[in-house]
Design a protein around this ligand. Structure first.
Ligand code: DX5
Ligand code: ZN
Length: 223
């Protein structure tokens, strides 16, 4: 399995974001967190913001919508230049319809689950998605502690994905660091969001490479 590191810019210096993005050329994509102050108790970024960042980098944009009513708002992010758009299952009214709409626009469709939402809720329509995002913290803020109980859910998701035979990325988000990435990779995650572990490092690009190497080694040992 290919390991991907998609750093979150939430913990970068938002006042000079184009420079901050330029500090992670080795990343496999840029994870852009969008929060509406309702689905989560924090408010950041939006489609115009994504559009203005688009010309500053060639990195894939992996937009994570932590918002109510993604059915209404998600397509705007594809128009703004996102290659992948993640919405929360808990917030969507018609997740299958929305995933199909995103794909029809040429984007990867991705669905996120909060820590307490069982992955079995996706059984039967897993292949509507190109990526499953399992939150390993409660969404809303960077810098939180990795929730170990989600490891069992990562294992369940890996089994469901493998059984489906589809090429679906299994992403985790929250508390990913040198201390936690190996057990998440062993459990079956292949795509890792890391915010503070990258942007609080003196050398963010080196942090990306080092996290990828750790995850790859853990995966090689156990899969
Ligand atoms: C949290 C966001 C994350 C966050 C991760 O709700 O979705 O993407 O930025 O930050 P760290 O890696 O610091 O937990
Ligand atoms: Zn995120």
């Amino acid at each position: 399995m290919t390991v991907r590191i998609t750093p979150s810019i939430l913990n970068a210096n938002l006042a000079s974001l184009a420079d901050e993005v330029g500090r992670i050329p080795s990343a496999d994509g840029l994870h852009i967190d969008v929060m509406d102050g309702h689905f989560v108790p924090n408010l950041v970024m939006g489609a115009p913001f994504v559009a203005s960042l688009r010309p500053t980098t060639d990195l894939m944009f992996d937009v994570h919508l932590m918002i109510e009513d993604p059915d209404r708002w998600a397509p705007q992010y594809v128009e703004a230049g996102a290659q992948s758009v993640t919405f929360h299952l808990e917030a969507a009214t018609a997740p299958i319809k929305l995933a199909r709409e995103l794909r029809a626009m040429g984007a990867r469709a991705s669905v996120a689950l909060r820590p307490a939402t069982p992955v079995e809720q996706l059984a039967g329509f897993l292949t509507e998605f190109d990526q499953i995002l399992l939150m390993t913290v409660e969404p809303g803020f960077g810098g939180q502690k990795f929730l170990d109980p989600v490891l069992a859910k990562i294992r369940s998701a890996r089994k469901l994905i493998d059984a489906s035979g589809a090429d679906i990325w299994l992403q985790i988000d929250g508390g990913v660091s040198a201390d936690t990435i190996e057990r998440a990779a062993e459990a079956g995650a292949d795509t890792f969001v890391a915010g503070s572990a990258v942007y609080r490092s003196d050398d963010p690009d080196q942090a990306v490479t080092s996290l990828r190497n750790q995850a790859q080694a853990a995966q090689d040992c156990c899969h």
